[in-house]
Ligand binder design. Structure first.
Ligand SMILES: Cc1cc2nc3c(=O)[nH]c(=O)nc-3n(C[C@H](O)[C@H](O)[C@H](O)COP(=O)(O)OP(=O)(O)OC[C@H]3O[C@@H](n4cnc5c(N)ncnc54)[C@H](O)[C@@H]3O)c2cc1C
Ligand code: FES
Length: 302
């Protein structure tokens, strides 16, 4: 897939205007198509979250499938419904998709009961993506709260796999309790990558917890190097956006260099059902990735 420039991927500081494709018509060729797929493995991450590996059944489709960090798919569980889920694996993984799913309601509960070999449907990938091309050569802050590490994992994997393209990388992650930390089996691997640091914090520590206590903003306050030239990606509950992005802005990061991923209830994923819009903005197509400046100017976006 040729990466399409997102309207918000315009390099404002360079005054460069990319050719815009607001209706994403060029991306909508195959979206009505639901690829038949099967669950090939299920890994329990926490009490509420599981990591699903999903393989498209048709070999040609499997080879053609590609995505950019930040994009999502519509995952169908036949007979129960279809839901948007961020792709949380590496863009270089071929053959299967990784989706981290929290048990929230009807479809996700049934998915958590599904077994290896269960058939599902995949449409997509959809939506905008984190502008990692534009971030090349810069320091990057990757900040997540709770389930936010799922959409953040794709950019983390892309950056660690293309390490020389980026400056210092700081991953800051917080949850309410230690047992809610996602992907803890990967922390050592990320920490071993040269120039990458990972800091963890929880609100309610247990007896064995040795990391920081408090919300993720606390971790930001401990950074004492200049951040003016950095980029930031912030994923998590919307209440986090104002506090994290506000703190980063006070440290000199312009608002259009911070990117967040918005969540709305979705049905079609392709700009047709008007389920996800915020004013005239469709989160499924204009987003889910937006720069913070845009989000601030979208009434009731967060
Ligand atoms: C772009 C995008 C990416 C997403 N990525 C992930 C992901 O990687 N992992 C993951 O676990 N979830 C993700 N979600 C959320 C996921 O789509 C919902 O949890 C799912 O649709 C719930 O379906 P359900 O039938 O199980 O729950 P329902 O029975 O439909 O609802 C259960 C509860 O969840 C709430 N809810 C449902 N959908 C949403 C939503 N979109 N935003 C906020 N609250 C919602 C409902 O209001 C209700 O309280 C994403 C959502 C979007 C829009
Ligand atoms: S989900 Fe249908 S318009 Fe966005």
């Amino acid at each position: 897939m040729t990466p399409l420039l997102h309207p918000y991927d315009v390099t404002r500081e360079e005054g460069f205007r990319a050719p815009l494709d607001y209706n994403r018509k060029s991306l909508l060729k195959d979206v009505d198509r639901c690829h038949k797929a099967e669950i090939v493995s299920v890994i329990r991450l926490t009490r509420k979250e599981r990591l699903f590996h999903i393989r498209l059944l048709e070999q040609g489709e499997r080879e053609r499938f590609s995505f950019l960090p930040g994009q999502f798919v519509m995952l169908e569980l036949p007979g129960f419904g279809e839901i948007p889920i961020s792709i949380c694996g590496s863009t270089s993984q071929k053959g299967f998709l990784e989706l981290c799913i929290r048990e929230a309601g009807r479809v996700t509960t049934m998915l958590h009961r599904a077994r290896v070999g269960s058939r599902v449907g995949i449409r997509g990938p959809f939506g905008s993506f984190f502008p990692l091309e534009r971030m090349k050569g810069h320091d990057i802050l990757l900040v997540a709260g709770g389930l936010g590490l799922a959409p953040l994992r794709a950019p983390i994997m892309h950056i660690t796999e293309n390490r020389s393209d980026y400056g210092e990388v700081r991953i800051l992650y917080g949850t309410t309790e230690p047992e809610q930390l996602l992907f803890d089996y990967q922390y050592e691997q990320w920490r071993r990558v040269d120039g990458v640091t990972l800091s963890l914090t929880v609100d309610r520590p247990d007896a064995g917890w040795q990391g920081a206590v408090g919300n993720v903003v606390r971790l930001l306050e401990e950074i004492n190097t200049p951040l003016e030239e950095s980029y930031a990606i912030v994923c998590g509950p919307p209440v986090m956006f104002n506090s994290v992005c506000g703190t980063l802005h006070s440290r000199g990061i312009p608002r259009d260099r911070m990117f967040v991923s918005l969540e709305r209830r979705m049905q079609c994923g392709m700009g047709k059902c008007c389920r996800c819009n915020v004013g005239s903005t469709y989160v499924c197509m204009d987003g889910p990735v937006f720069d913070f400046w845009t989000v601030m100017n979208l009434k009731e976006a967060i």
